[in-house]
Design a protein around this ligand. Structure first.
Ligand code: BJW
Length: 270
């Protein structure tokens, strides 16, 4: 199939789809004011994310790494979901099976209302005891103590996120691959699609016959694999697709599946 960037052409595929999976990355939160990792905004002081998001950086200088996370927690704390997050939350009520797989650790998808959500790289609002492995939710910003210590055993706490060279939670990853293999439509949104293993999920879906749609500010390695490519701001493109989908569902309301979806979709619009 030749690639397209027409929403009109995409809608018939979405109307047919029962199993839809979306992979998101930092670009989805960019319009909420949260910097992405790569590109001009990706620097903190003189450090790149790749230099700080590693277990080696943490072992050699926990204070520096925690200062970076404390800065990011303060930056994220007052940020709100944007139309991209809100649209994806609505899609849980539109498609018969819908799953959101995110690489983001900012919690904005949950804040937008998404519940069928896998957070592959953890969550910045959680901390983990290096000694005991206990996980705590902690939303205090700024942190009163850097680096923070475990309230139970006094051990060093670390952010409950996945750094380079660390394995992702194996059950979460298996579930993400299962959903990607089984879906009929997969969206890859706001990710540079270079960090593994997350970047393999859309490829796995496409290899298993799913329709792949990329929405990103710029082409990524997925561009040649995707059948639909939309380049621009996710917070503008997703609502446009959503509106076109709702209009098509209204027209199709005589079909029983379409009827159910339209009723649910209308509810979510209230
Ligand atoms: C917009 C927009 C708008 C902007 N609208 N779009 C196989 C081959 C080679 C290497 C590896 C491999 N397997 C594993 C590796 C090593 C490594 C890896 O992938 N390295 C690559 C860089 C090559 N992977 C790992 O180490 C992973 N672990 C692992 O696989 O364990 C087993 C193993 C280990 C070692 C060797 C082999 C196997 C773990 C990866 C963990 C990633 N962690 C981070 C930090 C999380 C915590 C934190 O946030 O602090 O996760 S790094 C960072 O990158 C973060 C992100 O989730 C992740 C992905 O970034 P993302 O989301 O794509 O952001 P950007 O900035 O890259 O892109 C944003 C995009 O949005 C851009 O394209 C913009 O244009 C676009 N955009 N505004 C739409 N408005």
């Amino acid at each position: 199939m030749k690639s397209s960037s027409s929403i009109e052409d995409l809608i018939p595929h979405l109307l047919q789809a029962k199993k839809v999976v979306v992979l998101t990355g930092a670009g989805v939160s960019a319009e909420s004011g949260i910097p992405t990792f790569r590109g001009r905004d990706g620097l903190w002081k003189k450090y790149r994310a790749e230099e700080l998001a590693t277990p080696y950086a943490f072992i050699s200088n926990p204070r520096l790494v925690w200062e970076w996370y404390d800065w990011r927690r303060q930056l994220i704390a007052d940020k709100q979901p944007n139309p991209a997050h809100l649209t994806l939350a609505k899609w849980e009520n539109i498609f018969p099976s819908f799953w959101l797989i995110t690489q983001n650790i900012d919690g904005l998808h949950q804040q937008a209302g998404s519940r069928r959500l896998l957070e592959l790289h953890g969550n910045i609002w959680k901390m983990r005891c290096v000694d005991e492995g206990t996980v705590f939710e902690n939303r205090t910003t700024p942190l009163p103590e850097i680096p923070p210590h475990c309230p139970d055993c006094g051990g060093l706490l670390r952010p409950h996120v996945v750094w380079f060279g660390e394995s992702l939670d194996s059950s979460l990853l298996s579930e993400a691959f299962r959903l990607s293999h089984e879906c009929e439509v997969m969206f890859s949104i706001g990710t540079s699609a270079i960090v593994q293993p997350a970047a393999s999920l859309p490829v796995a879906a496409a290899e298993n016959g799913a329709l792949l749609i990329e929405i990103n500010a710029e082409p990524t390695p997925l561009a040649s694999v995707a059948q639909f490519n939309f380049y621009g701001r996710a917070g503008e493109i997703l609502p446009q697709i959503h509106q076109a989908l709702l209009q098509a569902l209204e027209k199709n309301s005589s079909a029983s599946l379409g009827k159910n979806r339209t009723t649910k979709a209308r509810k979510t619009e209230k």
